[in-house]
Design a protein around this ligand. Structure first.
Ligand SMILES: Cc1cc2nc3c(=O)[nH]c(=O)nc-3n(C[C@H](O)[C@H](O)[C@H](O)COP(=O)(O)OP(=O)(O)OC[C@H]3O[C@@H](n4cnc5c(N)ncnc54)[C@H](O)[C@@H]3O)c2cc1C
Length: 249
């Protein structure tokens, strides 16, 4: 007797690549049509699995960049030069290809409109990806206070979703502050250097407003920022973290 798929259990499914969008050097968004996608919450991720001709498989996690209300599923991948999976996704994948994925995964690093308190997001590098989903979801509802995004990037060129973030910052009800760590244009008025305790005290929602804080990026970035947030008085239970990888940016 054939076994029916158990409802709610994660199974691998195919998404067809509709479009690839250049977001920054080494970074592309992959727009997917997944025929029986059952929806997701902002902040969740999927597993992507690649299979070589000899049967070898490699699997990695990627945050969902699209909001729950968006029609298509979008992932955004930054290529790591010596990586196994990300160079294929950024350089080889083409529209019309199928991509094997399963999800959505994760119930802790999610933001929903029912959650109370101001929204504070702190991103390092590609850690901004789940925040695109959260900010789109945030702007889809009516909010009393602005969401704030602190986003650390090496340079302006490497800022992912730059156009969309600029629109959100100008009339979209989101306060966006970019911290550029390696190079900045002439007359740069944003922050120069890493996100540190001083910047969090100046630019993030203060602890007394009891914001919900989400931190995402390379592991060492997340450790440093989460510790600094607690040091300046944020309740650890209101600081949620997602670590993307082993090294710092
Ligand atoms: C929940 C979750 C969500 C994620 N979402 C995204 C996303 O939206 N976009 C995205 O681009 N990536 C995301 N990642 C990271 C992604 O899963 C892979 O780790 C990344 O693409 C590297 O895979 P790779 O096979 O190319 O490199 P690998 O072959 O795994 O690693 C190559 C080298 O890079 C190092 N490395 C691995 N990951 C990182 C990293 N993140 N930063 C720095 N060095 C690293 C390894 O130690 C190794 O030396 C996410 C990770 C998690 C856990």
């Amino acid at each position: 007797m054939a076994r029916a798929a158990i409802p709610g259990r994660l199974t691998w499914q195919l998404g067809q690549v509709l479009e690839l969008i250049d977001e920054a050097p080494r970074c592309k968004s992959i727009v997917l049509d997944v025929s029986d996608w059952r929806g997701h919450r902002a902040g969740q991720h999927v597993d992507v699995r690649l299979t070589a001709q000899d049967g070898y498989q490699a699997q990695r996690s990627y945050s969902i960049a699209s909001a729950p209300e968006d029609p298509e599923l979008v992932l955004t991948v930054q290529r790591l030069e010596d990586g196994e999976v990300s160079p294929y996704l950024v350089d080889v994948l083409r529209p019309g290809d199928d991509l094997e994925l399963r999800g959505p995964i994760g119930g802790y690093f999610v933001w929903e409109q029912a959650l109370d308190g101001p929204l504070q997001l702190v991103a390092g590098g590609s850690g901004v990806v789940p925040f695109r989903a959260m900010l789109r979801h945030w702007t889809a509802g009516r909010r009393e206070s602005a969401a704030r995004l602190l986003y650390s990037s090496r340079s302006l060129r490497e800022v992912i979703y730059r156009g969309e973030l600029t629109r959100l910052a100008h009339g979209g009800g989101v306060d966006v502050l970019l911290a550029l760590t390696r190079e900045w244009p002439d007359g740069w008025e944003g922050h120069r250097g890493r996100i540190d305790r001083g910047l969090l005290e100046r630019a993030a929602w203060p602890p007394e407003h009891r914001p919900l804080v989400y931190v995402c990026g390379p592991s060492s970035f997340v450790e440093t920022v989460a510790q600094a947030l607690v040091d300046v008085g944020h309740e650890p239970s209101r600081v949620r973290t997602e670590r993307f990888g082993p090294t710092g940016a």
